[in-house]
Each structure stands twice: as structure tokens, then as C-alpha cells.
Design a protein around this ligand. Sequence first.
Ligand code: AMP
Length: 559
Amino acid sequence: MAEQAPRDIAAGCTPYPPPLVQDYRRSGLWGNDTISQQLLRVARTHPDQPAVISAEGTMSFAGLNRRTDQLAVGLRSLGLEPHDRVLLQVGNQLSTVLAWYGLLKAGLIPVCTLDAHGGHEIGEISRRVGAVGHLVDAGSQRRDLVTFARAQQDGHPTLRQIITLGADGLDLPAVEDLGSDIDAADAAEEVAAIQRTLDPDGVAVLQLSGGTTGTPKVIPRLHAEYWYNAEAYARAWNWGRGSRVGHMIPLVHNAGITCALHAAHSVGAALVLATPVLDQALPLLARAGTTDVLLGHGHWSAVEHPAFAPLTRSLRRVILSGAKVPPGLTKRLEEADIWFGQLFGMGEGLFTITPLEAPPAARASTVGVPLSPRDEVVLLEPAGDRPVPDGEVGELCCRGPYTIRGYYDAAEHNTAAFTTDGYYRTGDLAAWRTIEGTSHLSIEGRIKDLVNRGGEKVNVAEVEGLLVDHPRVREAAVVSMPDARLGERACAYLVTDGQPVDLQDVQAHFRRLDVAKFKWPERIELVDALPRTLVGKVDKRRLRDDITSKLTTTTESPA
Ligand code: AMP
């Protein structure tokens, strides 16, 4: 047990209303199984099918199931107890998949932190969720995560167990061999016993939201609804055991877990797990005969890459996500005779997709329709409670069988983030568009203050707070600036004490605070005063226009 036992995770969660839970279950949307029990069912149905194809090797469903049973028992032998939280800082590799299911089978709760997170994020999140374990990639090219993990334990009330991927010669348990000497049948029995103690409506996973105030918010996802989300997504694309689902975006994100790992496995399909680097990823996807792939904004250039052509021999479908899709991209896919569609999704829940039967115009210009027949979507006047007239732009608000009812342990924030009748205010702007007689959702911008850097969300309020901690900075306003590759990057407007502050100063400041690099501003503009609106708020629109026109007139782009 942890030195100071963290409080029960359920106490910080907002439950779904019980009549709705009954309805979702009666309608067959939610099952009665945990994620681990779902994997077991699939492994029994498709034992010899490949479950994971990666640069490190291929593993069948039977192999994955057996090895993760052993790993789960190995994790328990470290003294980790069901419901203990484990932080994940790992990349896309076969062992990450083993670790994921091993943790779930042991009844542990993965916390989807990123390998990019520094002490600034891990220190705060690990305390908020009472994390006990910390899984890190010992071979990370980015930095020495093992030393980092050891440092994080210093003075921490609960964090005490480091687990590694690929630790060679280190005196730490490694996913690759933990539990490998345990008899497989005994391990299966022990996992079954652990799973019987878990509630399918209990918390399975903690995801993180980019957040728009202070610090990132924690998203509790439950076994039954999380698996339903993934399976509904897989079925919408008609995936089955012959499908090979490629994935290049970091796996331990909501998109990676839901759209790739769980979705593929829910229907007995193989996950083709690649890293985000196209030069390596595309040849692996081609060799594995990938049939479907999700391309986030940061990977749209894949279609122009020389290694894309061999992939088109097996590729049937590309799902585009993350931002408005340019016509050149859809044209290129049409020329290659590849079906394309769009996904709009979020860690908090709601997915909308362009269904297989949607007309090409809807697939090119909209994000389609909600995934579930039980999803409820309303477009409200921003910050108000009144629906906008048909066809007009409003804030996309949603509730349904896989959308959270509240962030974890965030009562005050939840009152603003949800309507009184339980709709989640996404902060995205949308409108219904009728195309060939059917309504489709079109994303028209956002009101939430964040920078979407190639899919990683930068919480602007958090970065501004860090900037004004710099001794020479008096005021700071961060806005997105357009970027051809990543969609957006962060530009900081600063008012200083009269002394200049440049990008190097800001980078040194963020390095000292150990802030994840994707949040670092990538351009600094010094101003005498921040422009204000009539009500005294910083006029971000003016700042965005200013930086966009500077970039357009100089055609400069940040490195
Ligand atoms: P995350 O929870 O990190 O997946 O981020 C969810 C947010 O990403 C949404 O609320 C949107 O702001 C943005 N997003 C996701 N998909 C799309 C899309 N297809 N088009 C535009 N924005 C998107």
C-alpha cells in the first residue's frame, strides 16, 4: 500500500444518472465486463489472429492475452493494489501495449500522461490523482526518464514504484520480463479473480484534457463506456478480423487508445503500431498490409511522402482529424483511390464521424454525425443556455453514453464546463450543414483559449501564468499563430519591466521550470501594453490578426 493511501477514485467522479446507465445497458451499448474481460473474450474468439504488429515484432491475441496475464501478476507482486494509479511516460512500441493491458488486468488505473511531460506537469498531476506507480521508457531518445522518475519520488506523498520499458541492467522491474516465469494458467486465474472484484462502471483509465484554466483537467473513463466508445467506432468503419489498423500518433492519448488499440481489438483486428516519424512509420504500415489509418493534422503530409505509394496497395481508408481539411488533401486521396472520412473527437467523450455512406461533399467538408444513436448534441449561444437558430454557429455541447459528466475532483470547474442538465461544453464552435438532404456537423472554430500544436493542446492560461513568473515579465498573452506543418504554434506577447526578454530567455525559464517542450512559446513579441477590449479583457483576436499578418507579409515561419 502507498504510505499515504490516496482517497477512493470514485469519490472525485460525477456519476452518470442511474436511469441512463440502465438504459445504455438495456439497449446493449454498455456491457457488463471490464476492459480486461473484453480482451479475454476477443482473445478466445481470435486466438491466432495478429493483435499487434510493430517494429519490435508481431503478437497474436492468444500471446498478448497470456503475456499480459503474467505481467499483471508480476505488477501485483510489486505491492501494487487494484485502483492504484500508474503514470505512463512511454512511446509507441510493443511493450506499451503489454503494459497497458497488464495494468488493466492487475486492476491498476493508467494515467495518460505523456513522455513529453516534465516535472511541472508530472509533479502536479501525480499528486492530484495520488499516483503510486510511474511507468517510464528507459530507452527514450528524448531524455533520461528513469532519472526523472527517481527525482519525482522525492518528497512525494504516494509515488513509490518505478516500472520501466526496456530497462537493461537497471535494478528496476521491466515490462519485458516482469512475471514471465509465472505459470500462464495460474496467472489467468489470478487475473480473473482480480477482475471479478472490479465494477464495469468503475474508473478504468484517467485521460488528460488540454484544459483551458490553470492546470490540465483529469478525465475519468469507465470500463463499460470506454470500451463501447471504441467498439462503436470500429463498427462504424466496418472493421473486422481482416482489418489492419495503422497508428502513428502517440498511443497513450485518447485517440490512440480508443480509435486504434481498443477499437481494433474490440473486433479482432490487428493494431499496426508505428512511431510518429513518417520515414519509419510508412514502410512499417506498408509491410504490415495496413488497411485503415487515422491521420492527425501533423501527419497530413504523409500523402506526399515517397513511402506513401507502396502503402496504397493495401490502404482502403484514411480518417482525417484535428483541423479543417484542405481540398488538396482530399483530392490527392481521391486520385490514389483511397476512401477518406473525418473524425472529430475528444478525451471527454463525444466522437462525430462521416459515416461510410456519407456523400463525398460531406466527407470533405464536415465532421459528420455523432457516433452513437444515444449521443445528444446541442449548439448553444456561447456561454449561454439558449440553442442557436438552425444553421447558425453555436458552441457544441454534448452528453451521451460515453461523454463524461464531470472532470475528476474539479467541482468548481465542472459548474462552468457542464450545463445544468449535464451537457459538456466543448468550447468548439459548430453548425449543422445540410448536404444532399442530410444534416452534418461542421466545425467553425472555437471559443476555448488553447493552441492546438499538431494535436497536442497547449493550455494558454497555464503558459501565461508561467510567463509572468519570469522576473522581467509584467504581463503575458499567448495566442496561436498559423503553421503549415503543425497547424498552430504558440506566440507570446509580453510586456516587460523595460528590459528586453527574448526567445532564449523564455526557453531558459521554461527549461528551469521543467515544462513540457510542446508548451514552450515559439515566438516572442514585445509590446508596451496588451490591447484590451471595451470590457478590459485582453483582445486576443487583435493579437492573432497581428501575428498572422506579420507571418504573411514576411512569409516567415518559425523553425
Ligand atoms: P483531445 O481531447 O486532445 O483529443 O482534443 C479534443 C479537441 O481537439 C476538440 O475539442 C477540438 O477542439 C479538437 N479537434 C478534434 N478533432 C477535430 C477536428 N476534426 N477538427 C477540428 N478540431 C478538432
